[in-house]
Design a protein around this ligand. Structure first.
Ligand code: NAD
Length: 460
């Protein structure tokens, strides 16, 4: 294990400040080289990454490639577009500014801090790092201590391929986070729970450090009757139970039109058998709960409502079967807290207005899912609800589209990233206005006598 002495944190930041001030990261060619370096480092260590995620979460190799190593797609996208993103952009000026030119120069922020969670512990560190590198920053990374094997692999990869004066890893838990948060950074990018998000923002406020907070919450999934039932069932079952439900944008609970509820439940049961066999505990394609603490928290939810599918647990393995719960009350803890595990409550509605009202009575979610081909219904849900993002007739896939900014709103987060949005998050847009010397009209200079009519005309 590569551990950075916490007492060393101040030195690392100092070295990074010096590296940043050398101007090296402002060179776009350097940034592209570093992105290629990062990609190569990931490819070289693929096997260690797969093994670490297997050890932390029993993550199936296919899921590791799809959702962790797949971050390479983000690197390729940044390499392809970086020259264009980093160019100064001409901005239009109005007629009264005819002797001026206006430009927007994206410039790096400086030394940034990236703090990650344990559920996609590799991707959720590397993906913001791609933005930080692309925008020309130095970065300190703090992976989650709870996914300890992945944290070690990240530390090894970064130490082997990057100068710590440019990119460094600080491993550890709350103590390490707090030590880092006591220092001044130029941006803090945090992925984790809402409660810790508030701690991060409070620490950042001390130095007026801007933050991106990628948080969680309860993402609802509405299922209307105007659907292809088979496709709907498969897409919901996959999105909910991938990584054993420990996905920030997993459908947290279903809001189902009453008339198709029974068919949907029967279909989910059949689909689970197709995916994981008669006993998912024996399937190599089904993950485990990250820790005893999280396992205990989830087992408590099984007391709520009526378990109609699954419900089995194996504490020694931290296994919880894919579970569907019916007849929950909105006051039950399973409907109050973010579930973040393989437990799916189903709530029925007769009129879409009920589903919308329920969503709007709660904090704004990170994702909202709607299964319906009815254009009017789609329009209504889009207009009458607010969420970080929406995915219609599928689940989770929105995270894989680099051209879509990814982030929350309200309690589910502040700011966004992926693709160009990552570059923007880690850049400052410097506005530059330039005048010329060929003319100097006197309308704005004192004495003002007689100039008001012209000023009023210009404003009008
Ligand atoms: P967490 O908030 O407990 O921890 C995240 C990070 O914060 C870890 O690195 C941890 O060491 C650090 N941390 C924990 N307590 C701290 C404290 N008191 N002070 C400073 N730092 C502290 O989150 P988690 O349990 O790792 O992840 C689960 C949460 O993250 C869920 O709510 C989930 O929805 C959310 N999440 C959001 C996204 C997203 O993209 N929006 C992605 C994944 C997870």
């Amino acid at each position: 294990m590569i551990t950075t002495e916490l007492s060393n944190v101040g030195n690392i930041i100092q070295n990074q400040r010096e590296f940043f001030n050398s101007g090296k990261t402002k060179d776009v060619t350097f940034r592209i080289e570093q992105l290629k370096n990062l990609k190569q480092a990931i490819i070289e260590h693929e096997q260690s990454i797969v093994e670490a995620l297997q050890a932390d979460l029993h993550k199936p190799e296919v899921e590791t490639y799809l959702t962790e190593i797949g971050v390479i797609k983000e690197i390729d996208y940044a390499i392809k577009h970086l020259k264009n993103w980093s160019k100064p952009k001409k901005a239009p000026v109005s007629f009264d500014f005819f002797s001026y030119s206006a430009r927007i120069y994206p410039e790096p922020l400086g030394v940034v801090l990236i703090i990650g969670p344990w559920n996609y512990p590799f991707q959720l560190i590397i993906s913001p790092l791609v933005g930080a590198i692309a925008a020309g920053n130095c970065a300190i990374i703090k992976p989650s201590e709870i996914a300890s094997h992945t944290s070690d692999v990240i530390a090894k990869i970064i130490a082997k391929h990057f100068d710590p004066a440019y990119i460094a890893v600080v491993e550890g838990g709350v103590e390490a986070s707090q030590k880092l948060l006591a220092e001044k950074f130029d941006h803090i990018f945090f992925t984790g729970g809402t409660a810790v998000g508030k701690i991060i923002m409070a620490a950042a406020a001390k130095y007026l450090t801007p933050v991106t907070l990628e948080l969680g919450g309860k993402s609802p999934c509405i299922v209307d009757t105007d659907i292809n039932l088979e496709h709907t069932i498969r897409r919901i079952t996959w999105g909910k139970f991938i990584n054993a439900g420990q996905t920030c944008i997993a459908p947290d609970y279903l809001l189902v039109n009453k008339t198709i509820k029974k068919d949907l439940i029967d279909g989910v049961e059949k689909c689970l058998k197709e995916f994981y066999g008669d006993n998912p505990a024996n399937s190599s394609d089904y993950a485990r709960i990250i820790s005893q603490k999280h396992f205990d928290r989830l087992v408590n939810f099984l007391k709520d409502g009526e378990v109609i599918i699954g419900g089995k647990t194996q504490p020694s393995e931290r296994y919880i079967a894919p579970t569907v719960i019916d007849n929950v009350s909105l006051e039950d803890s399973v409907m109050q807290e973010e579930i973040f595990g393989p437990i799916l409550p189903i709530i029925e509605y007769t009129d879409i207005a009920e589903a919308i009202a329920l969503i709007n009575s709660r904090p704004k979610p990170l994702a909202l899912y709607l299964f319906s081909q009815n254009k009017n219904l789609q329009k209504r849900v889009l207009q009458e609800t607010s969420s970080g993002g929406v995915c219609i007739n599928d689940t989770v896939m929105q995270v894989g589209v680099s051209s879509l900014p990814f982030g929350g709103v309200g309690d589910s987060g502040i700011g966004n990233y992926h693709g160009k949005a990552s570059f923007d998050t880690f850049s400052h847009n410097k506005s530059v206005l330039q005048n010329s010397f060929w003319l100097d009209l006197k309308w704005r200079y004192a004495p003002y006598q007689g100039k008001l009519p012209l000023i009023k005309k210009l404003l009008g």
